[in-house]
Design a protein around this ligand. Structure first.
Ligand SMILES: [Zn+2]
Length: 68
């Protein structure tokens, strides 16, 4: 099933940056159980920001830490 595919509007994807360090974000997919959750990762901050319905949620408080 591929109902979870989410795309970010290209114009939006081009301007969004990490809210913490203003660095560029990397498109990624986080596998949670059987679901694939789109997210945007900042390697500098070791944070992954969720993408809900194609809309990136650029809030540090809601980001997932990727450094364990
Ligand atoms: Zn960052």
């Amino acid at each position: 099933m591929s109902q979870s595919q989410q795309t970010i509007e290209p114009w939006l994807r081009g301007i969004i940056r990490c809210p913490q360090c203003k660095g560029e974000l990397t498109d990624a997919v986080n596998v949670v159980g059987d679901a694939e959750v789109a997210e945007l990762r900042c390697d500098a901050c070791h944070l992954a920001y969720p993408v809900e319905g194609g809309v990136p949620v650029l809030l540090v408080d809601l980001a997932r830490r990727t450094d364990g």
